[in-house]
Design a protein around this ligand. Sequence first.
Ligand code: CMC
Length: 432
Amino acid sequence: MQLSDKKATLSFSDDSASVEFPVYQGTIGPDVIDIRKLYGQTGMFTYDPGFLATASCESAITYIDGDKGQLLYRGYPIEQLAENCDFMDVSYLILNGELPDANQKQDFDSLVTHHTMVHEQLQLFMRGFRRDAHPMAVLTGLVGALSAFYHDSTDITNARHREISAIRLIAKMPTLVAMAYKYNQGQPYIYPRNDLSYTGNFLRMMFATPCEDYQVNEVVERALDRIFILHADHEQNASTSTVRLCGSSGTNPFAAIASGVACLWGPAHGGANEACLQMLEQLQAEGGVAKVGEFMEKVKDKSSGVRLMGFGHRVYKNYDPRAKLMQATCKEVLTALGLENDPLFKLAMELERIALEDPYFVDRKLYPNVDFYSGIVQRAIGIPTSLFTAIFALARTVGWIAQWDEMLSDPEYKIGRPRQLYTGAAVRDIKR
Ligand code: CMC
């Protein structure tokens, strides 16, 4: 970051002396006021619940311009990456800062492919879960358990260990998600196969059985790969901030990523795709397109507690660029699978049309986010609703681990330790 010529001055309405703070500039985006010395100079903290105005770190990985609806990974627009790259290119880019050349790509593909198997004993660990457990509950446990299986890569001060654990996590996540699915179905696990692509291999581990192999459909493979690309990283969102905060204590990478999985589960974050599809299915069951008007009235009535899932975003105050790409993918997949007249897709289009014209949504700058269409695509592919957030976690793992590594490589890194405005009882004595 670069020091700006500008300085910020904080003055008070009483006689306290004003204080000056340095201002730093990034490459693009808002400048930041460096308040690290605020407490030392004034004895005060800043108050910013939900971190609406706080840059918690310096990062060179992902940039979002919420007003423009722009998303960049390492400077490249998401639209160009979705058109020209596959998820392995994007993972390499996010981890290393540059897109791979042909040799680097081949080596990276091979490295990831050769780490897709998981320790056989993880199958025994799985057996402790109830078969009807939510896949995110299983995944949180499995990812945390990796630290018990791969302790030869948990020295966070060793760059080589960090690199191996990153590759292990990216490579094993599809295997773990597919295992969670197979366990729930009561089907045998399908081992990874090294002659398939990252995404093709995941599809096969999900849908093949020992009695019948699975032929990877190219349109489906490309669509799922695109879902992975679109979810790979998203700046300092709740789960990424959780990974950073958890990792800042010096804990091992598997434990830090497990904390990200747990955070992602919530319906305001990664769980929104599952909630969005459930909303569409319920609305369809209650009458579909004919009931959209009534449903929208409920959404606008704050006392109903109903939100239009898949709409709105903390940062995007414009159309989420990922939602546009996902809408196109959705059409492509439905056509390829002969599901053009899918009623849920039609319902989603109608909800979107009405919301984009309604002053409630227009005034609040509420637009569709990535989850609005990704659930329909996944449902068409045959992925059960309860697995949607696990797919998101699979894709976001590369972003989490890159952000974690960036934090540990930052010479200014410190354990995260927010302060508070205390409003509880003042000191008092026990009287008995
Ligand atoms: N439906 C109806 N009203 C909404 C919605 C919605 N989906 N989202 C926001 N609002 C209203 C909200 O009630 C508030 O109104 P008012 O100003 O009158 O009180 C205003 O819009 C601002 O909302 P907010 O909750 O203060 O905004 P936020 O930035 O804190 O929340 C959000 C962002 C994503 C949590 C929220 O928009 C939401 O709950 N959306 C639905 C869940 C969803 O789709 N989440 C996925 C996010 S994208 C995936 C990811 O990156 O994780």
